[in-house]
Design a protein around this ligand. Sequence first.
Ligand code: SF4
Length: 213
Amino acid sequence: MLLTRSLSTALLESEIDQINISLNGLSDTHYEQYTQRKIKVENLIEEVRYLCRNSEKTTIYIKCIKEHLTTEEQDLFLQIFSGYADKIYLEGLQPNWPQFEFDYIKVKYEKGHYGQELLQREVCPFIFYMMVVNSDGSISACVQDWNHELIIGNARSSTLLDIWNGPDMNKLRRSHLEKKRKDYQNCSSCPVLLHGCLDNIDPYAAHLLPYYQ
Ligand code: SF4
C-alpha cells in the first residue's frame, strides 16, 4: 500500500534478492474487507507493475489467497501479473499460525500450503536455514513468531552471524532435535509443521544433534 515510484527505486537500488508481495484482493471492496484499509487497488497494481518492470537483480514474487478470489478473479490475477512478476502464486488458505483459532474458517485442509501431502513433523526444518529480522531490530527464530515469543537476539547489538550461531538459537534447535519442542509454546502448537513444510529432517535428528551441543 505504501509503494511509490521513489520507494520502488530505493528498494531496487539496494539489490535485495527477492521481494514478496501479498495482494489482499483485486477490488477496492475486497481489499477493504480483508485489510480494513480503503485504497484504490488499480493504483496499487500499477505501482507493483512499475516495480516489476524495473527489477533487474531482484526477484518479484506476487501472491494472492486463492479462496479470496472467484474463479474469474483468479484468472484475472494471473493475467494482470503474467509477463511482469518473476513468480506468481495463488496460495491456498492454511492454518499456519501458532496459537490462532482457525475453526471458523470453512476450508477443508486436504493438502498442504504447496499442494503437498499433509505429514506431521517433530523437528522444525525452518530453524536450520532461516531466521527473521523484525522491524524493531529484534530477531525471531522463525517467521511464524508473530507474537515475539522466540526472540533470539537483536540486530542492533549483535551481528546476524553471532545470533545465528548463538546460544538461544542452538538451544531451540536442540529442543527440536531432542523432540522437546513442546517446551516452547509457539512450537508446541505450530500448525506449519503439518501444513506449511516441504522438508522433513526428522530422520536426521540423531545425526544432527551433536553439532548443536
Ligand atoms: S515449530 Fe513453528 S513456531 Fe516453532 S520454530 Fe518452527 S515454525 Fe517457528
